[in-house]
Design a protein around this ligand. Structure first.
Ligand code: ATP
Length: 249
């Protein structure tokens, strides 16, 4: 179980996360929804620990001061000071916004890069599973990352994260810029991954609508604060959520 407790993140004087507490139980899909700049990526960086690296880099460059308070817990143990590489080893794996593939490397090479934490047999099994959950990648095995469509890149990015043997997969805006059809494909695959592998997923998105059907629980962020939370059914029945996030009243 991955949990954030009373997280606050300041970029210099700018409050990016304001007292956020969120929880993802084992084998759950949790949604984090919010507009541009609501704090979704900042939350993902805090959970994955990448915020510690950003903080260190800024400090070394003499740039802005980033402060981080509150707690992040994995199975009830604080990992707030644990560096991102060790969090990845513990099973918290981030699939970052905008995919960040190696453009000069093939699909297979991009996937293999994600497998650096896996044993040979885990890597082989996961590679087979990726081809099963994203069959479109089978014929694209040797295509360079830079020549893939946005949706194909996202499949590879999720596949690469799976190669790292996650227990909790953090997906930061996986649907960004994709067609409704591709969004539906990715959402269906995300649900299949959770059901077939027992991996928990925290998915951050700007638009709730395409993701909502697969989440067990969701949080709505506004200006760095969680202004609403609940199970899918609770939020679906909430008239404020309906009008603000689904365009119906
Ligand atoms: P988007 O959908 O645009 O990715 P987001 O919900 O992921 O938005 P964040 O990227 O977490 O939002 O940003 C939250 C706020 O913090 C924004 O106002 C952003 O401008 C600010 N911010 C993010 N990174 C930094 C940084 N390194 N320095 C200063 N401000 C930052």
């Amino acid at each position: 179980m991955l949990e954030a407790k009373e997280l606050m993140v300041f970029y210099e004087n700018m409050l990016a996360l304001n007292n956020i507490s969120i929880k993802c139980d084992d084998n759950q899909i949790v949604g984090v929804f919010g507009a541009n700049s609501a704090g979704k990526s900042t939350l993902m960086y805090a959970l994955s620990g990448i915020m510690l690296d950003i903080q260190k880099k800024e400090r070394m460059a003499g740039g802005e001061r980033i402060s981080l308070t509150g707690d992040v817990l994995l199975n009830n143990k604080s990992i707030m000071d644990v560096k991102p590489s060790l969090r990845a080893r513990a099973g918290i794996v981030l699939c970052p916004e905008r995919r960040r593939l190696f453009k000069e490397s093939s699909v297979i090479e991009n996937l293999r890069i994600g497998g650096y934490l896996a044993t040979k047999s885990q890597a082989k099994k996961t590679m087979e599973y990726i081809m099963e959950v994203f069959p479109a990648l089978q014929t694209l095995r040797n295509r360079l990352g830079g020549f893939l469509s946005g949706g194909e890149q996202q499949m590879v990015a999720i596949g690469r994260a799976l190669m790292a043997q996650p227990k909790v997969l953090l997906l930061d805006e996986p649907l960004l810029g994709l067609s409704p059809l591709m969004q539906a494909t990715l959402i269906k695959a995300t649900k299949a991954i959770q059901q077939e592998t027992n991996i928990s997923v925290i998915v951050a998105e700007q638009y709730a609508r395409p993701v909502f059907p697969i989440v067990d629980y969701a949080y709505i962020l506004e200006n760095g604060a969680a202004v609403m939370e609940g199970t899918r059914d609770e939020l679906m029945d909430n008239p404020d959520v309906k009008s603000a996030y689904f365009g119906v009243s």
